[in-house]
Design a protein around this ligand. Structure first.
Ligand SMILES: Nc1ncnc2c1ncn2[C@@H]1O[C@H](COP(=O)(O)OP(=O)(O)O)[C@@H](O)[C@H]1O
Ligand SMILES: [Mg+2]
Length: 283
């Protein structure tokens, strides 16, 4: 009798952990507009913190069909993965204690930054956004536009000229993100930066609303062109199939068209109106 084959213990991936693990709700994030629950998830000896946003807790919106935000969050993760940039924390759809929803890995701020915004409590932006009393953005910064700062005064809204933000600007153009604000930029260990909160994405109409307009009209970097070419191919293959389960056919077609338009122009998109569309409040 031959000895049974030895199968090495299988490592648990983050996606498996999130999708299969046991969810324990620890609390609710108060400032969120949808129900956002902070949870622990554990599976086969692995544990992590995550957010769980049940579909039942989604705030209805006039311009997005009800009950579809969780799917859009999962779709944004899939697109981010296909770029190879890893800009969106692992996100899955699953059942939870309040029904189906999305589950996303919780991103811890880098060591020593208990505020999680990179500069000790400016309410978001990770030190990557600023309002300056000047006409030009200054070295290392890109201008978004003039902002009212009260008492009839204006200031220049700027964001960092940061390659991670520039990738995020490309991702947002592809997923048609209607809500890229400062609080949705999460710095993490190892100099990484994640974008979160992708519920209002993939609309078939142009909804790009972002603080990251600093590169508007500028040539895409060669790495962005490569990523977009990868995406174009992926959208005709496995990624297209996966997105077809998460968004409508018209929304998938529009996503393909946005990728094609970016590649055709070779440039970052420009605001469609006279003023760049920015989310409100911006942080
Ligand atoms: N994956 C995550 N890692 C760390 N913090 C998160 C994560 N997702 C959400 N948060 C925190 O929860 C807050 C609310 O989440 P958000 O996705 O903005 O919810 P909403 O859909 O209500 O806008 C965020 O501003 C952030 O502080
Ligand atoms: Mg939010």
């Amino acid at each position: 009798m031959s000895a049974p084959e030895r199968i090495p213990p299988r490592g648990v991936t983050t996606a498996e952990l999130l999708a299969e693990g046991e969810l324990t709700v620890r609390g609710r994030i108060r400032e969120a507009s949808n129900a956002v629950l902070l949870c622990d998830v554990s599976y086969a000896g692995r544990e992590a913190a995550c957010v769980y946003k049940p579909v039942a807790g989604e705030q209805p919106l006039w311009d997005f069909p009800d009950g579809t935000l969780a799917q859009r969050e999962a779709a944004a993760f899939e697109v981010s993965e296909a770029t190879g940039w890893g800009l969106v924390p692992p996100t899955v759809l699953r059942e939870g204690p309040y029904g189906p929803g999305m589950c996303q890995l919780w991103i811890e701020p880098p060591d020593g930054d208990s505020e999680g915004d990179g500069e000790g409590g400016d309410g978001g932006g990770a030190g990557l956004l600023a309002l300056v009393d000047a006409e030009e953005p200054g070295d290392g910064w890109k201008a978004v536009g003039l902002a009212e700062v009260g008492e009839g005064r204006t200031a220049l809204l700027v964001h960092a000229d940061d390659e991670r933000l520039r990738r995020l600007a490309v991702l947002d153009a592809v997923i048609n993100n209607a809500d890229r604000k400062g609080g949705h930029l999460l710095p993490a260990a190892g100099g990484r930066l994640y974008g979160i909160d992708h519920g209002v994405t993939f609309n078939a109409e142009n909804k790009l609303r972002t603080l990251l307009w600093g590169w508007a009209g500028e040539k895409l970097t060669p790495e962005a062109v490569e990523a977009l070419e990868r995406l174009r191919e992926a959208l005709d293959g496995a990624l297209g199939v996966r997105l077809g389960e998460l968004i409508t056919g018209a929304e998938l077609d529009a996503t393909r068209a946005r990728v094609a338009a970016l590649l055709a122009s070779g440039r970052h998109p420009e605001p469609s109106g006279e003023w760049p569309a920015i989310p409100w409040p911006p942080v």
